[in-house]
Design a protein around this ligand. Structure first.
Ligand SMILES: [Zn+2]
Length: 387
């Protein structure tokens, strides 16, 4: 049992100052306001004094390829374990293991590995798969290796979903390669969040795809058409169409500060999800690395292919939330929680058990100060990191 005392707790509906959060068996058992503190803390409880700082839900990264030297495509239990152990220090208590466009057998090895992986309590939890590619557009490949890009293939997807033990929760695809929308409709009906990305679709194509079941844009602004005054493109679609959510890499490199402001002012925290899109060099020194079988140069602030194309990021969730918090006027902790916990939990289909501080949900909590520095990360009821 853990008791977090003297906490300013952000629950789903309110902020409770001077509250106590009681955690038992990995779950949030009780949230008590000061007035309601009837009994003393049992002597066997582990007590954390939050010192009046904020208690917020853990961050959920729905788009991450790797960290600390490991990559989901390594297809080894150790790789997922390395990520799960590394991520709590940046506040990430759960993530979608994200694949990249590769040869079919490589993708299948990665999916089998995720299906068999058992997340340990006290570490960041693998809550499923984000299948990025291979059903994307060659001219918007970014760092997706072009030679392995395929046309949408429902039979192949079904095989993959079976191999993955039904853990594929999100897919990034180019909707222009499914003009009838049969694949998109099918994915949507089976509960997979369809995210348009690495796409050359114009506005009208995207509008059609949204009617068919596209619900999100992958790393908004990157690997898609920007705003032109005669075709407002995928970026314009995100700003205009209320049905669309969007992922955002808030590092100031993938998307400029001004664009982050423009997007936030138009979409608000309600439709944005902060992601890292991190690759294996995150947490390691600059040098030579690999992504999707391609050599990647990593400097102090970015990862690039030989031709200069951005190859994922080395961003942390903590840096992303801090960036938005500093950059935007009028943004509050509530907006940060919305973009880093609530929206990703909903898009990944786990909001029934994660993404907010609610009795009965997983005890995935952060204690943060007013600048969003992480003091404690608790993963399913166990302290995973002390800052
Ligand atoms: Zn991508």
């Amino acid at each position: 049992m853990i008791v977090v005392k003297n906490a300013q707790v952000y629950t789903e509906s309110e902020i409770i100052p001077e509250a106590r959060v009681v955690i038992r068996d990995g779950l949030i058992e009780q949230i008590v306001a000061k007035d309601g503190l009837a009994e003393d803390i049992p002597p066997q409880a582990q007590v954390i004094d939050a010192k009046h700082e904020y208690v917020i839900p853990g961050f959920i990264d729905t788009h991450i390829h790797g960290a600390a030297g490991a990559d989901v495509m390594d297809a080894m239990p150790d790789a997922l374990q390395t990520m799960a152990e590394f991520l709590p220090k940046e506040g990430t208590t759960a993530f979608l293991a994200t694949t990249i466009t590769q040869a079919t057998e490589k993708i299948e090895q990665a999916l089998r590995n995720i299906a068999n992986f058992k997340s340990k309590p006290g570490k960041s939890e693998v809550i499923g798969v984000h299948l990025e590619g291979p059903f994307v557009e060659k001219t918007k490949a970014g760092a997706q290796p072009v030679e392995y890009i395929q046309k949408p293939n429902m039979g192949l997807f079904n095989r993959w979903q079976e191999l993955a033990g039904n853990k594929i929760k999100m897919i990034t695809l180019a909707p222009e390669h499914d003009p009838e929308g049969n694949f998109i409709r099918y994915l949507n009906e089976t509960g997979v969040t369809v995210s348009a990305g690495h796409t050359d679709a114009g506005f009208s194509e995207l509008k059609r795809a949204v009617r068919q079941g596209v619900r999100q844009l992958t790393h908004l602004c990157n690997a898609m058409n920007g705003i032109h005054h005669r075709d407002i493109g995928a970026v314009g679609a995100a700003l205009l169409l209320e049905e669309l959510h969007a992922e955002l890499i808030a590092d100031g490199i993938h998307v400029s500060d001004e664009m982050l402001q423009l997007v936030y002012h138009n979409m608000g925290s309600g439709r944005l999800t902060l992601i890292t899109d991190a690759m294996r060099a995150k947490g390691l020194p600059p040098g030579d690395y690999e992504l999707g079988g391609q050599p990647v140069k990593v400097t102090e602030d970015r990862a690039v292919l030989a031709d200069g194309t951005l190859a994922g990021s080395i961003l942390s969730m903590q840096e992303a939330v801090k960036k938005m918090f500093k950059l935007l006027d009028g943004i509050g902790i509530r907006d940060i929680i919305q973009m880093a916990s609530v929206n990703p939990a909903k898009q990944a289909g786990v909001y029934d058990r994660k993404g907010s501080i609610t009795v009965g949900k997983d005890a995935d909590l952060l204690i943060v100060d007013a600048e969003l520095n992480i003091k404690y990360t608790i993963c399913r009821g166990i302290i995973a990191h002390i800052g």
